[in-house]
Design a protein around this ligand. Structure first.
Ligand SMILES: Cc1cc2nc3c(=O)[nH]c(=O)nc-3n(C[C@H](O)[C@H](O)[C@H](O)COP(=O)(O)OP(=O)(O)OC[C@H]3O[C@@H](n4cnc5c(N)ncnc54)[C@H](O)[C@@H]3O)c2cc1C
Ligand code: FES
Length: 659
């Protein structure tokens, strides 16, 4: 039986299915063609050389994510000199066609001419303006040692330099997720991992390799002369730290289709990856929600936030990428024999490939009074906004000390008359973080005015006229309550799959390392799956983390386009309360000991969760980038032993740097 590690892991006693799980995925770099070509290729073309017809459609997107730099000021219509970075693979590049929306770039590969990339007109236009380019000396070569990162100023922006194997690489300095400074992250050969939530960026390409976040960072030109390091960058790239990878569009002559059910991160990353990897068939996301996919994790941290403010992508993005988003479109049944999905509105849609990513539904306790008004769960923006509004000046009771429940307590205590949390265990988070950290967090909440009823459960909600006024606990304590929030875990939203013929396990969908389910052409991703976790010897587990859902979505897309890549991402999550972030990586389910290093004065803490001699998970407070270093170590197979972290927290970091 699989195990589950849930962000919403509530009181362990009340949520049996959520006892353990953790996940990871590694995205392998796109395979590159190798030709004996010069390091950089500058191609000239002129109006007198008419565009040749494209004889073979190679990929439709830009597999190397070139940053084009136009080196003269001619128009896009065929007379420009174009310099592309990283074009070691081609003999020649030419702009052969320019339209409002895209530019095709062709190259000679052996004897046949192929389309090797489509670059957005905007990208080329940006590149065209000489005034938008800045080139400056940023440091002395001697200031950088191999394996070292250095942040330098360039114009109005910042650039991260990384020296690796004697080469200096320059990339965007901020994480594309929430903007963390990457210089404070973990560098380990080939990539930099963000200090805050673990996103990874390839130092050579700037591509995002692990999540959260959707975009890559920019990559800049570096040259070294007379011991001085010069970086050349597009000024707009320095300001907009996110770089969207280029994507292809649908083509009318491709009748293939991918239907994605669910509007969470797994779905969005899957759809984007399909387009990034050159899938030109139809891509549809069907979600039962009324909003475009949004940053769900904000709902417990900023409860009055509006969905438009947290949309993962705007409407234009989906339109430009030819990704159809169908909102308020709830799947009711899946027919894997006839490759079709039936929706609640009576419509049916067929698919070439199906991706299931319907996430979780809050667990509902079968107790009296559960249907009373103002007894709520939290999963959507309307839940969050309702709770934020109703809590003002009222008595709020939260059942369960899940991460979501405790984040909600921290959010509401400023505005509510009282916030009381009912906890099954001795301290909040006991099951996931252990007693010591749980006690610390209990005190932190108490210091802010949250009250706790420990080692108790909920028996019923009661109140006249259909409104809740009291929460009755298992020991018959009666708490005044105007608003009750249930945070007792989630169940996989897979009821609609019961007659689909798909193999299921306690409601979860088991998948292999490529996110393939038991039925051909059907993939699953995100909170609903049990998948083989490489750090756990490929044990099948469920990991309900924002980051992991992204990784699953990408893996499913790569499988669909025939670039099968094993999921190899290390589970990573975080929680924020009263401005303090706790970060966690690994798969700690079933840990048998916790070694905690505590510096109370500095409010710093690192906890190692062990099974036998092995450290299987690491959590920290105010100790960045230790958790990201641990995640990177786990990703690269570094073993941390219990004995080595008894006295010191970071003896293994030196080994990580040598990997
Ligand atoms: C309030 C809150 C805070 C969180 N905070 C964190 C955090 O800080 N860190 C962290 O790592 N994780 C956090 N999580 C967990 C994280 O949000 C999930 O792990 C992640 O969203 C899972 O992504 P997913 O794509 O699998 O599914 P989801 O994001 O759950 O999306 C699934 C989508 O499918 C839709 N859907 C369901 N059934 C159907 C159907 N039949 N037809 C069509 N559409 C359907 C749903 O409405 C939903 O839009 C939090 C979760 C919540 C609720
Ligand atoms: S800010 Fe970098 S992963 Fe979130």
């Amino acid at each position: 039986m699989g195990a589950s590690q849930s962000y919403d892991l509530a009181n362990a006693n009340s949520v049996e299915y959520n006892r353990d799980s953790v996940i990871h995925e590694e995205v392998k770099p796109v395979e590159k063609r190798t030709h004996k070509q010069p390091e950089k290729t500058v191609v000239k073309q002129s109006n007198s050389c008419p565009a040749k017809p494209v004889s073979k459609y190679k990929t439709g997107n830009n597999p190397w994510d070139w940053t084009p730099t136009l080196t003269d000021e001619n128009s896009l219509n065929g007379t420009s000199q174009v310099k592309f970075e990283n074009t070691t693979e081609v003999n020649e590049v030419k702009v052969t066609e320019s339209e409002v929306t895209e530019v095709k770039v062709t190259g000679k590969d052996s004897n046949s001419e192929v389309v090797i990339a489509e670059v957005s007109a905007q990208t080329v236009e940006n590149a065209m303006s000489d005034s938008d380019v800045i080139e400056e000396v940023v440091c002395e070569e001697g200031e950088l040692e191999d394996g070292m990162m250095k942040e330098v100023a360039l114009g109005e922006g910042k650039v991260l330099l990384v020296k690796e194997d004697g080469d200096i690489h320059a990339m965007g300095a901020q994480c594309t997720h929430y903007g963390a400074p990457l210089i404070k992250g973990a560098y380990c050969k080939g990539r930099v991992r963000c200090p805050w939530h673990g996103a990874c960026f390839d130092v050579k390409t700037g591509d995002i390799e692990d999540y959260p976040g959707l975009d890559s960072v920019h990559k800049f030109d570096v040259s070294v002369a007379d011991g001085k390091v010069k970086v050349k960058a597009n000024k707009s790239a320095l300001k907009t730290f996110r770089r969207q990878r280029s994507m292809c569009k649908a083509k009318g002559d491709n009748s293939d289709s991918v239907l994605i059910i669910g509007g969470g991160p797994a779905s969005v990353v899957c759809a984007e990856t399909l387009r990034q990897e050159g899938f030109t068939g139809k891509v549809t996301i069907a979600t039962k929600e009324e909003h475009l996919p949004y940053d769900r994790i904000k709902l417990s941290k900023a409860m009055d936030i509006k969905p438009a403010a947290i949309a993962l992508r705007g409407e234009d993005f989906y339109r430009n990428a030819d990704i159809d988003i169908l909102t308020q479109k709830e799947a009711e049944a899946v027919d894997t024999e006839n490759k079709s999905v039936k929706f609640k509105d009576g419509s049916t849609q067929t698919y070439g490939s199906l991706v299931l990513a319907t996430g979780g539904s809050p667990r509902v306790l079968p107790i009296p009074g559960i249907d009373l008004e103002n007894v709520r769960m939290l999963r959507t923006p309307s839940d969050a906004n309702f709770i934020a509004e109703k809590a003002v000046g009222k008595n709020v009771v939260i059942i369960g000390s899940s991460f979501i429940g405790m984040e909600v307590a921290a959010s509401l205590v400023k505005v509510a008359s009282s916030v009381t949390v009912v906890v099954r265990g001795c301290v909040p988070f006991e099951n996931v973080l252990g007693q010591k950290i749980g006690s610390f967090l209990l005190k932190m909440h108490e210091d802010h005015g949250v009250k706790f009823f420990l080692e108790r459960g909920i028996k019923e909600f009661s109140g006249p006229d259909g409104h809740v006024t009291e929460a009755v606990l298992s020991d018959d304590t009666r708490l005044p309550a105007d608003l009750c929030i249930l945070g007792v875990g989630v169940v996989p939203a897979t009821d609609f799959l019961k007659s689909s013929g798909l193999t299921m396990n306690r409601g979860f969908l088991p998948v292999n390392k490529f996110m393939e389910t038991s039925q051909p052409n059907v993939y699953a991703a995100g909170d609903i799956v049990e998948f083989p976790l490489f750090t756990e010897g490929d044990k099948s587990v469920n990991v309900q983390h924002w980051q992991m859902a992204h990784a699953h979505g990408r893996t499913a897309a790569l499988s669909i386009v025939g670039k099968k890549t094993e999921i190899a991402s290390v589970p990573y999550f975080w929680t924020v309360m009263y401005g303090k972030s706790i970060r966690y990586t690994g798969y700690g389910v079933g840990y048998d000991d916790v070694i905690v290093h505590w510096d109370e004065e500095a409010m710093k803490c690192v906890a190692f969760y062990t099974r036998g001699e092995d450290v299987v998970a690491v959590a920290s407070l105010n100790s960045d980038p230790l958790v990201s270093q641990a995640a990177e170590g786990m990703a690269k197979g570094l073993k941390i032993s219990k004995s080595e972290i008894q006295d010191k927290t970071d003896t293994w970091v030196e080994r990580l740097c040598k990997l």
